[in-house]
Design a binder for this molecule. Structure first.
Ligand code: GDP
Ligand code: IMO
Ligand code: MG
Length: 427
């Protein structure tokens, strides 16, 4: 069982990138399975601070294979920018290090325009998307009209397909939204040029995964976003358009569940969310502002300030269940130093009743009506960033972690005490 899945347990930005970078050392293939360049994964290691959007967070290891899986969606233009930025700081990103699954769908500039137009049309109900064209591209995939990365192999045919889909989108921009169409010629030119540059990276993604697993090599599946942004199990409609949950790794990379050895949930020691939608433990006060400043909670992709709040054990219990979590990695516990007391939501009150389960399937409105029931825990003052063993943490920090394990029923195996690769407490 050589596959490990890394998922986000909240609304994204839990620190998946840094944990993937850490685990990548022991892996052979690191594969992103969902989402597109809406993601922003930070890796701080080897003197670099990388902000990765689509390139898997194992890219700092030149001898490893990174795969952009078929469940992802690829904007060829921003991917080329990302590759260029990495090369400029000396990171090797050749066809040997970076593979793109032929089945991944492609994001066109018109998908981005449609994303923006749809958000404007929603007005007060806007999702607060990253405007990277994610929803329209996955919609085209589901409507069976999308473009796939494998089409980049035949540049002439590809040019025709890009032109065709762009024209269809332009009609929607004009007729549905009353907007100006985008110029088709330059898009076709840019995309055919990009196709030439990206074609050497194309592979049959599922075949690569199968070969890796058959040889007993180790596969690390990197999720983007978080469980509460899942299209099916998140706070719909305030979600993304893919499956960040563990099941998404199987559909996004094309392999079976019997290969999965562990599912590691990445949880921030508090909670954040970017964009609109319900957030029961949100803090619109001085403590929320302290978390944002100390935790540097600003979006990697859009720069938006992240909404901040207390840790929510109701969410983590639900997330453990829908992902089959085997362990937790708790990040950013260092950010909680100096907050007294700490609070953790242990249940909710909904319509006058106490509930212990997260009502995601009942939709965003049900979640919005939940009032958190808190338990208070004593805080600590110490700086945790140099601590490397759980026993050396202040007693109250140890108690905070143990209480999370009790409330969620999953062991905390890894504890982040700073953003750097080494700033982690291991089992
Ligand atoms: P991702 O999208 O899940 O990969 O997370 P992001 O990179 O968007 O956001 C996580 C932020 O927290 C990044 O700036 C990381 O460098 C930082 N980070 C990750 N783990 C820790 C930690 O344990 N402590 C601190 N202080 N920062 C961390
Ligand atoms: P990582 O991988 C946090 C949010 C957006 C918006 C919603 C839908 O870095 O954790 P979309 O552009 O996907 O249609 O937007 O999802 N969102 C994220 N929030 N981290 C992310 O990725 C996100 N990717 C999308 O803010 O609320
Ligand atoms: Mg992020």
């Amino acid at each position: 069982m050589p596959a490990t899945i890394i998922i986000g347990t909240q609304w994204g930005d839990e620190g998946k990138g840094r944990v993937v970078d850490y685990f990548a050392a022991k892996m052979d293939v690191i594969a992103r399975y969902n989402g597109g360049d809406n993601a922003g994964h930070t890796v701080v290691a080897e003197g670099h601070k990388l902000a990765l959007h689509l390139v898997p967070s194992g890219i700092l290891y030149p001898e490893k294979t990174c795969l952009i899986g078929a469940g992802t969606i690829v904007n060829p233009l921003t991917l080329l920018e990302e590759i260029k930025t990495l090369r400029e700081i000396g990171v090797e990103v050749g066809p040997k290090q970076l593979k793109i699954a032929a089945g991944a769908h492609l994001i066109l500039p018109t998908h981005r325009s449609l994303d923006g137009a749809s958000e404007t049309r929603r007005g007060e109900q806007a999702i607060g998307t990253t405007k990277r064209g994610i929803g329209p591209t996955y919609a085209d995939k589901a409507r069976r009209v999308g473009l796939r990365a494998g089409q980049m192999r035949n540049r002439q045919e590809f040019a025709k397909a890009v032109r065709n889909l762009t024209e269809i989108h332009n009609e929607r921009l004009i007729n549905l939204y009353g907007l100006e169409p985008l110029l088709v010629g330059p898009i076709v030119d840019q995309f055919t040029e990009a196709a030439g540059l990206l074609a050497p990276h194309l592979v049959d993604g599922a075949a690569l995964v199968a070969e890796t697993l058959a040889k007993g090599k180790r596969l690390l599946c990197e999720g983007a976003q978080g469980t509460l942004l899942d299209i099916g199990y998140g706070t719909y409609p305030y979600v993304t358009s893919s499956s960040p949950i563990a099941g998404g790794a199987l559909t996004g990379l094309g392999f079976g569940p019997k290969e999965v050895e562990s599912v590691i949930g990445i949880a921030k020691a508090y909670t954040t969310r970017v964009g609109a939608g319900p957030f029961p433990t949100e803090l619109n006060d001085k403590i929320g502002e302290q978390l944002r400043q100390v935790g540097q909670e600003y979006g990697v992709t859009t720069g938006r300030p992240r909404r901040c709040g207390w840790l929510d054990a109701v969410i983590l219990r639900y997330v453990a269940q829908v992902n089959g979590l085997t362990e937790l990695a708790l990040t950013k516990i260092d950010v909680l130093s100096g907050i007294e007391p700490l609070k953790v939501a242990v249940a909710y009150e909904l319509d006058g009743e106490r509930i212990e389960t997260f009502p995601a399937e009942w939709g965003a409105e049900a979640v919005a009506n939940c009032q958190p029931i808190y338990e208070e825990l004593p805080g600590w003052e110490e700086d945790l960033s140099e601590i490397r063993s759980r026993e050396d943490l202040p007693e109250n920090a140890q108690a905070y972690i143990s209480r999370i394990e009790e409330l969620v029923g999953v062991p905390v195996k890894f504890i982040g005490v700073g953003p750097e690769r080494e700033s982690m407490i291991l089992p």
